[in-house]
Design a protein around this ligand. Structure first.
Ligand code: ADP
Ligand code: ASP
Ligand code: MG
Length: 457
């Protein structure tokens, strides 16, 4: 039996958190593989650092180094600190060389390389913690582990087949020998051997990729909340923890903004029927949320709601476009040239509308403008939209439920700009202006989530 255990930034973010994480790992009876994020705040620090790297190289490196050494000094005795520093100095030397390397800085994937550095140091600390606790552990980078990635800068995907073959050679032997591999989250390695990150929050996805590759029996995501909740607790303080979800529900909610899981975490584990739990590393005694294939029907109208913000609707008008599917296909082919994500599409007799990220609008318009102008009558853009994704057992099956949901939306004085009911068999998705989205979620949660409060807005 193998359990893959992923610890997020806050779960490795302080000496106390690292001690708790070590306790959780040591208590796990199965064979285990650990995947860790960078110490909390470090990836943001690196992202900022890359924005004006030329002027502040030394300060950035010194501060980065100090932050990690300070943590190690608080955790380890003298002998272990000196052991740790041997490994630390090797990794720090590589990082310093990278920052000074003018030629490397021209590479389009250079930012991926810099911002992936945090994970290399958090895993090193955690590995030494496990050794200090008496375990056999090894700190492996994504390079060492063979996590293979492909794709555009800052938004890579794993090549699951290649990763499985690599990890069978590079990681499995450690597990068989009773050694705990502690692997860097957040990035994989491209064909040229250089890092490619999986998007912000990507360590959840890394852990799912590792679980897939190693054919794990369980994936545990250890974070700073009690589990997958009925809404983001930062927006809805009365959000309640969900005990059990199926893969489809979790996948839709994560894809549409539930930040507790990276949008692509579910697929690698769903493919291999590997159950996933979301648990609070600050309360290890709590069972958290179990996500798996089937769950008991709950008969609830609304189970969880997520919001994806910073979206735009691009509406393209063309006479009787509904009778010209080849026209729709040409527009989509043009948009696809930029590899952007389309979150929703809807059509009417003479309009096709796409929901995309605000940042992609400019490039999409420039592509669409290269189409034969005779075909297109008008293009309209509405910026700053939010997609609300609502999941619940009765949402799609029970008569009249959509009407109730949209009445609640009206109460929040929001106009529904686009609907995609029925596109997924687990969620009802609709688009409202971003400025109203939080109120919509508050009202929906208060009215329809079991355990939601009845407080007025
Ligand atoms: P980690 O560093 O452990 O990966 P993240 O900050 O990425 O943690 O994700 C956990 C956070 O996700 C929570 O603190 C919470 O604010 C937010 N969140 C958003 N939606 C949800 C949800 N539906 N359930 C639980 N947490 C959520
Ligand atoms: N450290 C990375 C980030 O902050 C990855 C992660 O935390 O999952 O985005
Ligand atoms: Mg996260």
């Amino acid at each position: 039996m193998i359990t893959v255990m992923k610890f997020g930034g806050t779960s490795v973010g302080s000496p106390e958190a690292l001690q708790r994480a070590t306790g959780i790992i040591m208590n796990e009876k199965n064979n285990k593989i650990v995947v860790a994020s960078a110490v909390s705040g470090i990836t943001n620090f690196l992202v900022k650092g890359t924005e004006n790297l030329s002027s502040n190289k030394k300060e950035m490196l010194d501060e980065f180094e100090k932050k990690h050494i300070d943590i190690a000094i608080q955790l380890f005795d003298e002998e272990r600190v000196s052991d740790f520093m041997k490994d630390f100095n090797i990794r720090m030397g590589t990082f310093r060389n990278l920052v000074e390397d003018e030629a490397a800085s021209k590479d389009p994937y250079y930012t991926d390389n810099i911002i992936s550095q945090g994970e290399r140091f958090s895993t090193l600390i955690l590995c030494h913690m496990l050794r200090a606790a008496g375990a056999k552990a090894v700190a492996l980078t994504s390079e060492d582990s063979g996590i293979v990635a492909e794709g555009r800068p800052l938004s890579g995907s794993a090549d699951l087949e290649k990763t499985e073959a690599m990890m069978a050679m590079k990681v499995k032997p450690y597990v068989d020998d009773g050694v705990i591999p502690v692997i860097t989250g957040f990035y994989g390695i491209k064909g040229d051997g250089l890092p490619l990150t999986f998007g912000r929050g990507g360590s959840d996805y890394s852990a799912a990729v590792v679980a897939n590759a190693i054919n794990a029996d369980l994936l545990e995501i250890w974070t700073d909340v009690d589990g997958f909740m009925s809404a983001d607790p930062r927006i809805i303080p009365e959000a309640v923890k969900i005990d059990e979800m199926n893969f489809g529900e979790a996948a839709e909610l994560a894809y549409f903004g539930a930040k507790v899981l990276h949008p692509r975490t579910i697929e690698p584990v769903r493919m291999k029927h590997i159950p996933l739990t979301v648990r609070n590393s600050f309360k290890p005694e709590e069972p958290g949320t179990v996500i798996h294939h089937l769950r008991k029907p709950m008969d609830d109208m609304l189970r969880s709601v997520a919001i994806k913000t910073d979206l735009s609707i691009i509406s393209i008008g063309s006479a009787e476009i509904a009778f010209h599917p080849e026209m729709v296909s040409r527009i989509i082919a043009k948009i696809a040239e930029n590899e952007v994500v389309i979150y929703s599409i809807s059509t009417s007799l003479s309009t096709v509308a796409f929901l995309v990220h605000n940042n992609d609008v400019k490039s999409i318009l420039s592509k669409v403008n290269t189409l034969d102008s005779g075909d297109i009558e008008r293009i309209e853009v509405k910026n700053d939209m939010a997609l609300v994704c609502a999941v619940g057992d009765n949402l799609l099956s029970k008569c009249g439920v959509s009407a109730e949901i949209f009445t609640a939306v009206k109460e929040a004085r929001a106009n529904v700009e686009m609907i995609s009911e029925g596109a997924s068999d687990v969620s009802l998705n609709f688009v409202v202006p971003m400025s109203r989205a939080t109120d919509v979620v508050k009202i929906l949660h208060r009215k329809y989530v079991r355990g939601g409060s009845n407080e007025e807005l």
